[in-house]
Design a protein around this ligand. Structure first.
Ligand code: RIB
Ligand code: CA
Length: 331
């Protein structure tokens, strides 16, 4: 662990892109991963938790604590995203069954404990629905003043949604939680929500040629085969789905970009604005509404990503996978 390491907590609903985000984090020794909390979203909580443990083990980080969190959204029970991520949540990939972590602490208590123990230094990154974060805020309203940086993969700010024309999946899955989160961060002395939405994640894509290039570059390295087999098997499901829906075999790097920004905020250009979440619109539930012109007269609670250095992000991702193949994550 480098002495420049920064304490991280990552909140995930491990599906395929969450898995790639976790692999990316494990390849960065400057991220001291205190723990990974899991939440219902792409798949039920138990699957998200199991997948998270299995992916951390693949990255050589079975030592990282995994904290199960909310099994249901705060408000409405909605469908999952298994049609995108597969029944297991990891597409066609099959990973060895991870050991159970006896006595795993609950996500909400663990997020709060980590923020208090690393007050002013913790970097919190959420790549799933915001249910755990909202529950943590209800128990510790000081959370926004305890974290150094809070990054979410969520929202669609000047873009159509991906679940409905108005809403992106993570916000749509628990709009009440998202509203609590956006209304709690960004005040005086509090970190803003760094909102990595579809506006920028749709600009960060990889394809099967990129994965083949990783595989040929790392061939023969100590951890290469298990890693590249996972990358190919997990993302193949996603490619098949995207081809069926959009006619293109591409992989949109939603969650890996959010993690990359949590590590290096200079990857995106942001604009400060007030953001709120629609929770009861017949057509617009889950929409993230941005007050670009200050018409609400409210505090600007978010830094909304409006541009991304996609090429530099892709390069950082490929370099991270190369390091993992050499055993970077292994403790
Ligand atoms: O809309 C994309 C987001 O929804 C990603 O976090 C993906 O994993 C799903 O949770
Ligand atoms: Ca996710």
């Amino acid at each position: 662990m480098s002495d420049r390491a920064e304490p991280f907590v990552i909140d995930v609903d491990t599906g395929i892109d969450d898995a790639l985000a976790l692999l990316y984090a494990c390849a960065h020794e400057e991220a001291q991963i205190l723990g990974v909390s899991t939440v219902v979203g792409n798949v039920p909580l138990a699957a998200a938790t199991r997948n998270t443990r299995a992916v951390l083990r693949l990255a050589g980080r079975a030592d990282v604590a995994v904290w199960p969190g909310a099994p249901t959204a705060l408000s409405i029970s909605v469908r999952d995203a298994s049609e995108i991520h597969g029944k297991t949540g990891l597409g066609h990939a099959v990973l060895p069954e991870p050991e159970e972590q006896a006595g795993a602490l609950h996500a909400v208590d663990s997020i709060i404990a980590a923020a208090r123990a690393h007050a002013g230094r913790l970097i919190l990154c959420a790549t799933g629905p915001l249910t755990n974060i909202a529950l943590a805020l209800m128990r510790e309203p000081e959370l926004p003043r305890l974290v150094k940086r809070f990054v979410i993969m969520g929202g669609a700010y000047a873009e159509p949604g991906n679940v409905t024309p108005a809403a992106e999946f993570n916000i749509w899955h628990d709009p009440e939680a998202a509203r609590i989160v956006f209304r709690s961060f960004g005040g005086v002395g509090a970190a803003p929500v760094i909102a990595i939405g579809l506006d920028v994640t749709r600009k960060t894509i990889i394809d099967e040629g990129d994965l083949a290039a990783i595989a040929s570059r790392v061939a023969g390295k100590q951890h290469a085969s298990a890693l590249t087999r996972f990358l190919e098997d997990a993302s193949r499901f996603y490619f098949e789905r995207m081809e069926k829906t959009y006619g293109r075999r591409i992989f949109t790097m939603h969650d890996p970009l959010a993690l990359a920004v949590a590590l290096d905020p200079t990857l995106v250009e942001t604009r400060r604005a007030a953001v709120d979440v629609e929770t009861s619109g017949r057509l617009t539930t889950g929409a993230t509404i941005v007050d670009w012109r200050g018409q609400w007269g409210r505090l600007a609670n978010a830094e909304v990503a409006v541009a991304v250095d996609a090429e530099r992000f892709r390069r950082l991702f490929f370099e991270a996978m190369d390091r993992l193949a050499e055993g970077a994550g292994a403790t």
